[in-house]
Design a protein around this ligand. Structure first.
Ligand code: PEP
Ligand code: MG
Length: 538
């Protein structure tokens, strides 16, 4: 048994598929049998082509023909006899292994593209590298994370998963995932809870402890795994899995129950979402609203930023589906562990303390305005509340509101409707904001406490690091004091205070948060019913 950090609850018994490392290691080797090395290359090429056909079909269905075209151009490169010929020539002439010969050709092609005048052609260099990586992964026997090529009951094992890797996981095949690094509040862990699949992170060396095809038990409650278990162990975990699923079923009786504390206070229990379609699991789990829509996920897995129209459609969809229930949408929070391929960020020593969230939006006003216009236009379709992430002081909130006013004026001039009832709030996730909550509460409509960041900044313990996860303690008295101050600050000015960090769904924290007077709890959909039950007991 190996122990890591429990990141998403549940049990899974499945087959290991190791995700390729972002940087595949290539070692040059001299080869004697040139012919069989060429065969090995041809086989990897063939496998890559077959994978690309499947991926293209899936992308066409899910994202449309234009987005799928990139896979077509990848396949074309693999069909190009000059490309394959150059690799085979490399193997033959230099008597080196296929991996090294492939890499030399990929580097040469990428170099040619990089030196071209035309920007479009320069960007093709990235395609060559991408497709080269696929062939290399096949040569090395490492499968990429594309779930198209995975069997049922796959447990993905990776050094790390980016939020966009996690977003791409196909729940019908991937039943759990495991990583070497990461903490409970890294975004891939949060996504696992949204997907409702068990996950264990911070396992340190899981990628080197298993092989593709191993059977593995994942215990997302204890944060442990058992590699190639015996029959008896499998039976024991099957029983645990059944018990867990039975409890989930029983909690379903709370779906339409209104959550009221023992003292008679009505509490809103809402869901956190990353994609518009996630509203369905929030509703299915009895959520009273959306307490956090992480809009940055709309910006991921694409080659350009979503347009105003695309965003408007996404926000309208969520507002309409929630039928008048409150929907808190957070403006773009990119940076930290969330990056975008088309928005290069500066290399920083401490990206979580750097150019991120509202800081970036106020600096890139043109990008910010597209989102604000889409939000304002969608506001007429429901009960919209907008909040800004990473606010450290009043000035940032006022500046953001100024941009909002600018957008409103533009829309009015264009004859477009905007709701008069939008609430404007901030995330309290920087200790400075918590300490000044009484002052900030005079200007905002609400607070939502982002404990994922608040804890890491208060305790100086990186939320992504398994090495310091023992320090990352939501119940630390300093964290609790800041939370209490924030709630009291809001209430003093007659404003409401919610929490959308993972602590809101933490079974050990709920009683304390009820005692402090928290008005709204927002969490992964899968935690809502249990939280309702616990709130009602307090
Ligand atoms: C938080 O910091 O608690 C939060 C909800 O935001 P994110 O996890 O997206 O940083
Ligand atoms: Mg945050």
């Amino acid at each position: 048994m190996k122990l890591g950090i429990a990141a998403s609850k549940g049990y899974a018994i499945g087959t290991v598929v190791i995700k390729e490392e972002n940087e595949l290691k290539i070692e040059e080797r001299a080869v004697k049998d040139v012919e069989s090395e060429k065969e090995r290359f041809k086989k990897a090429l063939q496998n890559s082509k077959e994978q690309l056909v499947k991926i293209k079909e899936k992308a066409e269905k899910e994202m449309g023909a234009d987005k799928a075209a990139v896979f077509e151009s990848h396949a074309m490169l693999l069909e190009d006899p000059e490309f394959a010929g150059a690799v085979e020539m490399g193997i033959e002439n230099s008597k080196i292994n296929a991996e090294k010969a492939l890499q030399d050709v990929v580097d040469m092609y990428a170099g040619i593209f990089a030196s071209m005048e035309d920007e479009y052609m320069r960007e093709r260099g990235a395609d060559v590298k991408d497709v080269g990586k696929r062939v290399l992964a096949n040569l090395l026997g490492k499968i990429s994370v594309d779930s198209d090529i995975m069997a049922d009951n796959t447990v993905v094992v990776a050094h790390d998963l980016t939020p966009s890797d996690t977003a791409q996981l196909d729940k019908s095949k991937v039943i759990a995932f495991l990583t070497n690094i990461g903490g409970r509040t890294s975004h891939s862990a949060i996504m696992a809870r949204t997907l409702e699949i068990p996950a264990v992170v911070g396992l340190q060396d899981i990628t080197s402890s298993v092989k593709n095809g191993d059977t593995i038990i994942v215990d997302g409650i204890e944060g442990s795994v058992v590699i190639n278990p015996d029959e008896e162990t499998i039976k024991a975990y099957e029983a645990k899995k059944e018990g867990f699923e039975r409890e989930r079923e029983e909690l379903k009786k709370l779906i339409s129950v209104k959550t009221v504390t023992k003292a008679g206070k009505r509490i809103e229990v809402a869901g956190n979402i990353g994609k518009p379609e996630d509203v369905h699991s929030v509703l299915a789990n009895g959520g009273d609203g959306i307490g956090l829509f992480r809009t940055e996920f709309l910006y991921m897995d694409r080659n350009d930023a979503p347009t105003e129209e695309e965003q408007y459609e996404a926000y309208k969809y969520v507002l309409e589906k929630m039928e008048g229930r409150p929907v808190v949408i957070r403006t773009l929070d990119i940076g930290g562990d969330k990056t975008l391929p088309y928005l290069p960020l500066p290399e920083e020593m401490n990206p979580f303390l750097g150019y991120r969230a509202i800081r970036l939006c106020l600096d890139r006003k043109e990008l910010f305005k597209i989102q604000l216009r889409a939000l304002l236009r969608a506001s007429v379709y429901g009960n919209l509340r907008v909040m800004f992430p990473m606010i450290s002081g009043l000035e940032e909130f006022l500046q953001a509101k100024e941009v909002v006013e600018e957008c409103k004026a533009e829309l009015k001039a264009e004859g477009k409707d905007v709701s008069e009832n939008i609430q404007w709030g901030i995330m309290v996730e920087i200790p400075a904001a918590a300490v000044c909550a009484d002052e900030l509460a005079k200007y905002v409509d609400f607070f939502s406490i982002g404990t994922n960041d608040l804890i890491q900044y208060t305790l100086a313990a990186d939320r992504m690091s398994e090495k310091v996860s023992y320090l990352y303690n939501p119940m630390h008295p300093a964290v609790l004091r800041l939370i209490k101050m924030t709630i009291e600050g809001a209430h003093k000015e007659g404003k409401w205070c919610g929490m959308c960090g993972e602590m809101a769904g933490d079974e050990k924290a709920i009683a304390t948060l009820v005692e402090y007077g928290l008005d709204e709890f927002s969490m992964s959909a899968s935690s809502i019913l249990k939280a309702k039950q616990l709130i009602m007991q307090n």
